[in-house]
Design a protein around this ligand. Structure first.
Ligand SMILES: [Zn+2]
Ligand SMILES: [Zn+2]
Length: 259
């Protein structure tokens, strides 16, 4: 190919190979996998392979990964959304299988936690404000006063893909920050939305806010609650993906936002 042809040929869209796989969740999706309270999802197809949260149970996490033929040795980066055990409990098991990882965690985590991570030989990256983690993958930085929590935003040609742990600071607050940081529309929001004790009326207001922010697909799971999952399903129809342990979402299966 001549340099001119190279210039004219369409560029391969960035992160078009992106795939999300839920590897630990309290909701079932694939029968052969075990459920337990917590959340963990693997991000592949980005510059680095990223495990977002680790669930509550390292043994179960590694068993599920083995059944999904995921080699924990392939993971480059672990992002911990917040300190709660149902997101950090699987870390020790993972570090025993692969300690050559960078662990991105809120700077507010206790010193003894960070020291324990370093004790395995892993690198700790302390997060305060928003920053790029690797090409096109960003942390929101920590939000919330009492419980500091970060979420992930991944920039793709089809829009932003957002991963949340428990969304304690408020799922809409997280979306607002992401929209302030990035100009693009939001293609997908997956993870815990923290809607367990929230009234139907409030969930409907949250769904309206999702619409306002142009969210095209949702995959509420973990602490999103049965009721909120149902309401999202009613509102989004096929745009509400039935998430749970084993769920695989490939970017190529999603239609880009039209706005
Ligand atoms: Zn939590
Ligand atoms: Zn949680």
């Amino acid at each position: 190919m001549s340099p001119v042809e190279q210039e004219l040929s369409p560029a391969v869209p960035a992160l078009d190979e992106l795939v999300l796989k839920v590897v630990h969740d309290n909701y079932p999706c694939v029968d052969s996998l075990k459920t337990a309270w917590g959340f963990s999802a693997l991000v592949t197809g980005s510059e680095k392979t990223i495990l977002f949260d680790t669930g509550s149970d390292g043994t179960l996490l590694l068993e599920n990964m083995a059944r999904l033929q995921i080699d924990p040795g392939r993971i480059d980066i672990v992002v911990l959304s917040h300190l709660h055990q149902d997101h950090t409990g699987g870390l020790t098991g993972l570090l025993q299988a692969n300690s050559r990882v960078q662990v991105y965690l809120p700077a507010s985590f206790p010193t003894r936690f960070k020291e324990a991570v370093r004790g395995y030989g892993a690198t700790v990256v302390e997060i305060g404000g928003p920053q790029e983690i690797c090409k096109d993958v960003y942390t929101t930085g920590t939000l919330g006063r009492r419980i500091k929590e970060q979420a992930l935003a991944i920039r793709t040609q089809r829009g932003l893909v957002v991963l949340t742990g428990c969304a304690h600071p408020g799922i809409v607050q997280i979306l607002k920050r992401i929209r302030r940081l990035h100009e693009e529309d939001i293609l997908l929001v997956m993870g815990g939305f923290h809607l367990e004790w929230v009234t139907k009326w409030k969930v409907e207001a949250i769904i309206a806010a999702f619409r306002c922010h142009g969210v095209r697909y949702v995959a509420p799971t973990h602490c999103s609650s049965d009721k909120a999952r149902q309401l999202f399903q009613q509102s989004y129809g096929p745009g509400c993906l039935d998430a749970g342990v084993g769920k695989r979402i490939a970017l190529t299966d999603l239609q880009a936002s039209l706005t």
